[in-house]
Ligand binder design. Sequence first.
Ligand code: NI
Length: 380
Amino acid sequence: MDREPLQEKLVSHFQWFHRHPELGFAEFETTARIREFLTGLGVEILDTGLETGLVAQIGSGEPVVALRCDIDALPITEDSSLPYASEYSGRMHACGHDFHTTAMLGAATLLSAEKGKLPGTVKLIFQPAEETAKGAAKVLATGVLADAVEIYGLHVSPDLPLRQIGVSPGATYAAVGAFTMKIRGVGGHAGYPHLSRDPIIALGQIIVAAQSIVSRNANPFDPSVLSITHVEGGNTWNVIPPEASIEGTIRSLGTDKYTSIAERLGEIVKGVELTSNTRIDFTWAMSSPATDNDPTLTAFVADTARELGLAVGPSRQGMGGEDFALYQQRIKGVFWNIGVGSPEGIHHPRFTANPAPLSSAATLLARLAEKALNRLVKSS
Ligand code: NI
């Protein structure tokens, strides 16, 4: 199939997905549309038990290589003037997952036309709920990827020139997570502070001391962020409250660095607990680890993109999270970007992905799978 008819076909599907955004784990219409398309191609859909999203497969036997896209939208009301803008108030494809989904349908089209020649199996993952960082874990829990040895995924980039591929080894999306603190003191009259144990003072000490972690403990060459974003305590001017609370986020381009920042924060909390004579419950979690692109496979992606005539540059590192990282903890893989020339960044109500590079993205996905299978067969 030549490129133009594929591109035209993909644009109409892209516009449909863009008009019908659905939030994580509620992608019912989206999943039905993907299922209908794949069934029309004669592609096998695996019985994984997923309620939304699906996994399809093309080819048979080992080796097994996976391609992954995400299909969910964001709780944002679209403010673009696109003729195919979201039909739903409060829901929008503001992160390009409509582009990713459509590119995967294009890859399925190309791969199914070649399926007799594939020396193995390609599993196509249409993942739900990336924005809530819950979907990848759900797909992995089905066991459907137990036999996959390589995985590739894509994300649109408004920062790269149109159609340019961005790919870099190591971490390009951050380890992301949240922490909470509940500070329990003893409340009382604000005029008699010696009879209280003031949780507000403890709260203030933590806010200030926490800033020294990134500036004094973290390596300045390892990007990381600690932000306190929500504090509560007290409700009037003359009463010391019994409790106060803090919430915030840690982000780091490296999973181990995230852990050391969270642990250091825990030590600071312990110190303030002692000096303020309060009790502080501190909890932290990582919702997704940092992405971790395999260096050899990164070069493979760059070479394959160049063979297709695409310009290639480095990925832009960022402090956003991406649950593709969970697959990479088990399967070697690469997460790459493609330039879509949006005037606004992702998660903005006027974000618009130019659909022009859809067939390029589809072709690169298909070629990566095909070439990876051929390479794996030769080396086994
Ligand atoms: Ni996204």
